[in-house]
Ligand binder design. Sequence first.
Ligand code: MG
Length: 286
Amino acid sequence: MTAASAAAPVSVAWGAATDVGRRRSLNEDSYLAAPPLFLVADGMGGHQAGEVASATVIEEFARLAGRASLSIAEVQTALRAARHAVETLPDGGGAGAGTTLAGVAIADVDGEGYWLAVNLGDSRTYRLSEGVLEQISVDHSVVQELIDAGQLDAASAARDSRRNVITRAIGAGSDSEADFWMLPAETGDRVLVCSDGLPTEVDDALIDTILREEHHPQAAAERLVREAVAAGGRDNVTVVVVDALSVQTRAGRDRFDTMPSAAAAPDTAAFDEIDGDTLPRARARA
Ligand code: MG
């Protein structure tokens, strides 16, 4: 689908697909693909609890669909409401339930279009920008912590028995904060949001190839899901693909002058103007 609202700082086209896979009886993933939000939630907890938890979080964020853009404060407010809703699910329906949440909101920073990425857990957000595919989110998982500590390499992590253990979630007894990233959007950017059922089955090289080969975002989402199921489908798999068709920029200014970077981020005007809580990756994870 496409949306070209005059007020939106990023005009987008998008697609989404989900599949239960070949081993599970329930699909506990939920997603939202409705500007300004593109989110995936991967529920956990038996007896349908995960399905309820992920759907509950997505319903909370769906209230914001139709807005031109969102601020970090608005996303944080929705996140608090979502967390409260999951924690107060009735016994039986959701006791012990939890969910991941990953994805992007369209944000407006001083008249320019940005991607506001959010993450809790091990669902992922990637961006293909100017020919380079990068994973934006950092997994909140035991294996990621071992990789960061130098105790595990990426190849071994894919086979590690602890690969499904996450260290942050909404619900499931976790009260950890989300990570946020503010990225200046570029025309031609393609953002991929997925549950772990995709990278469990499809390596980054094939993800990259499919994102380049499939012009239409719906075709890309469907092919990625199809590949994950064909490769084993050991988990539910959900994919949202969002393309930036055009990005609003302030006239007469080279946007790269103020692009936050790892070295300069805390002092940039872009961060200060949005919200004092915005933190670059290193500090957000502390
Ligand atoms: Mg999963």
